[in-house]
Ligand binder design. Structure first.
Ligand SMILES: C[S@@+](CC[C@H](N)C(=O)[O-])C[C@H]1O[C@@H](n2cnc3c(N)ncnc32)[C@H](O)[C@@H]1O
Length: 140
């Protein structure tokens, strides 16, 4: 029986596609209807609408849970904790959780790297993101 992978916030299925081709049983969840419509066209991938909090998965039912995106869409810490708790609940003992995050300092690094940090609005936006983890559009 193939290993079961739950791709939470899997978008249009960038990872689900190759995981399914490699023989894993992949279910992708995403709250955006157009994403799951596209992902559902991938061979071997089921793609219901869903949210990371709560996960519609039974306890200990997954060999791997992917969180390659949802955490940086959840600015409230309580939501991120709930998301990680749910992933842990759905994972079988010894399974793997893969998580992507973006540091709150990324905007400062980006602004410096791109040479924008000398512009006051860009600098303010980057500093605001570093202070509370919530990106502020330079246009605001
Ligand atoms: C940057 S995309 C990453 C997509 C995919 N995992 C990848 O690596 O290509 C982030 C995804 O997280 C989804 N997302 C946002 N909030 C979510 C939530 N509360 N629960 C689950 N997924 C969420 C978005 O709809 C989007 O598809």
């Amino acid at each position: 029986m193939p290993a079961r992978v739950l791709d939470v916030g899997g978008g249009i299925g960038v990872h689900a596609e190759w995981l399914s081709a490699d023989g894993y049983a992949v279910e992708l969840l995403d709250p955006v209807p157009r994403h799951v419509q596209r992902a559902a066209r991938l061979a071997g991938v089921s793609a219901p609408l869903g949210d990371a909090r709560p996960l519609p998965a039974a306890d200990a039912s997954q060999d791997a849970v992917l969180l390659l995106g949802p955490l940086y869409h959840l600015p409230d810490r309580a939501d991120r904790v709930r998301t990680l708790t749910e992933a842990r609940r759905a994972l079988r003992p010894g399974g793997v959780i893969a998580v992507a995050t973006i540091s709150r300092h990324a905007a400062v690094h980006d602004a410096i790297y791109l040479g924008h940090y000398l512009q006051e609005r860009q600098r303010e936006a980057a500093r605001a993101a570093a202070a509370n983890g919530i990106p502020l559009s330079p246009g605001r």
